[in-house]
Design a protein around this ligand. Structure first.
Ligand code: SAM
Length: 381
């Protein structure tokens, strides 16, 4: 029987060395280090007259990403109604019937399906398929084989989505199951060519990622988008930084409750990725982490944020972020022209990005209205 060396006892998953290496090990001074795959224990051993290097490979410890995959494998087989979704009525459209099980597996935080973004039968990469609800809703607009490519690393989730989509094909004359291609893959290595899709969408997945992983996932979305393409996202955000003890809780992260960034951090990640225009479609209360259950000094409100980010260059004076602000000229003339492309007709609100709102707020006769957190086009940057 292989014997586990003293220093490996209690190390989760430690594997004993091969019997041929067994000898008294008390003098060993192992060094633990991490390669990409394994925790490695290295030591030296006297074998006869030879000093030999011995390496023990330990199976990798479970990461929060593994815990997330495991969690979604569970809820793919046993749906949990209301796991993530906000208390809002689901997006309905004429002639669209959603299978019950697919509806029960709505694990989104808001919506990424904005009809105004979906003219011209776009090609859509959907990251983190869940039960397939939004893949079906996107197909409603694209209506052609392969137009929606849904990517998910969890076998059970892809299988559940495939079953739900097959059911949807029975309920909807206009829908064929091959409108959605289900692919194994993950957000950090999308199985898609550079600049190959019009839209990348993800709902309630990227908030789970730690900041460095979020950077990787956003860069990957940016890579596969065509120039001018859109990244459509819905995620929880936090009204103040989430304390470390909650961030470190893998299950809460997987439940979309403890990985959320603040609004400012979330937007900065999008800008750092290179998106030149970001539009907020909705911002609303999502959950409250109460002080007792979550061991906090005060309750913490999470919000759900829906955004559309455009792969266009960032202007020299910064990205354009639209949050629903308008500028209104209320002076004595018939209009106001700031000479920088912003022309305001007296008394008529014009949608402006936050950067322009700030610049125009210096004008005495220009009124800036607050963010409505709902912007869907028009106006000027
Ligand atoms: C919160 S659920 C959201 C599902 C779906 N977007 C919805 O709105 O119902 C997260 C989804 O992401 C998948 N997922 C987990 N880790 C992933 C990863 N690294 N890359 C892509 N998808 C992942 C899960 O299997 C699950 O389908």
């Amino acid at each position: 029987m292989p014997i586990l060396p003293e220093y490996l006892k209690g190390v989760p998953g430690a594997i004993a060395p091969q019997p041929s290496f067994l000898s008294p090990l008390s003098a060993e001074r192992p060094i633990f280090c991490q390669d990409n795959q394994h925790l490695v224990a290295q030591t030296t051993r006297t074998l006869g007259t030879t000093l030999a290097a011995v390496t023990y490979y330990l199976p990798p410890a479970m990461t929060y990403l593994d815990a997330t995959a495991e969690f979604y494998a569970e809820v793919a087989t046993t749906p949990e109604v209301g796991l993530c979704c906000v208390q809002s009525s689901p997006l309905t459209m004429p002639g669209l019937a959603v299978p019950d099980r697919m509806q029960a597996m709505n694990y989104g935080c808001g919506t990424t399906v904005h009809p105004a973004e979906l003219a011209g039968q776009p090609t859509i990469a959907y990251v983190g398929v869940g039960g397939g609800l939004e893949a079906l809703q996107f197909s409603y607009f694209s209506r052609r084989p392969g137009a929606v490519v849904a990517i998910d690393p969890v076998d059970e989730m892809r299988q559940a989505a495939a079953a739900n989509l097959a059911e949807a094909a029975k309920l909807n004359d206009w829908f064929e199951a091959d409108f959605v291609t289900l692919l194994a893959g993950d957000a950090f290595a999308l199985p898609l060519a550079d600049e190959s899709v019009d839209v990348v969408a993800q709902n309630c997945l990227f908030n789970i990622f730690e900041p460095e992983d979020l950077r990787r996932a956003l860069a990957e979305a940016y890579r596969v988008l065509k120039p001018g393409g859109r990244l459509i996202m819905s995620d929880p955000i936090a009204t103040r930084p989430i304390p470390a003890h909650l961030q470190a809780d893998d299950r809460l992260r997987a439940l979309c409750l403890s990985g959320a960034l603040t609004y400012a951090e979330y937007m900065q990640h999008l800008i750092d990725t290179g998106f030149g225009q970001i539009e907020v479609r909705a911002r609303r209360p999502y959950r409250v982490l109460d002080s007792v259950q979550y061991n906090l000094d005060q309750h913490l409100l999470l919000e759900s944020l829906d955004t559309v980010s455009f792969k266009v260059p960032i202007a020299p004076d910064g990205a354009c972020i639209f949050t629903g602000k308008t500028a209104v000229y209320a002076g004595e003339g018939v209009s106001f022209d700031d000479g920088a492309g912003h022309y305001l007709t007296k008394g008529v609100p014009t949608a402006v990005c936050d950067k322009t709102a700030k610049n125009l707020s210096a004008q005495a006769d220009v009124l800036i209205t607050p963010s409505t957190w709902h912007y869907d086009g028009g106006g000027c940057c």
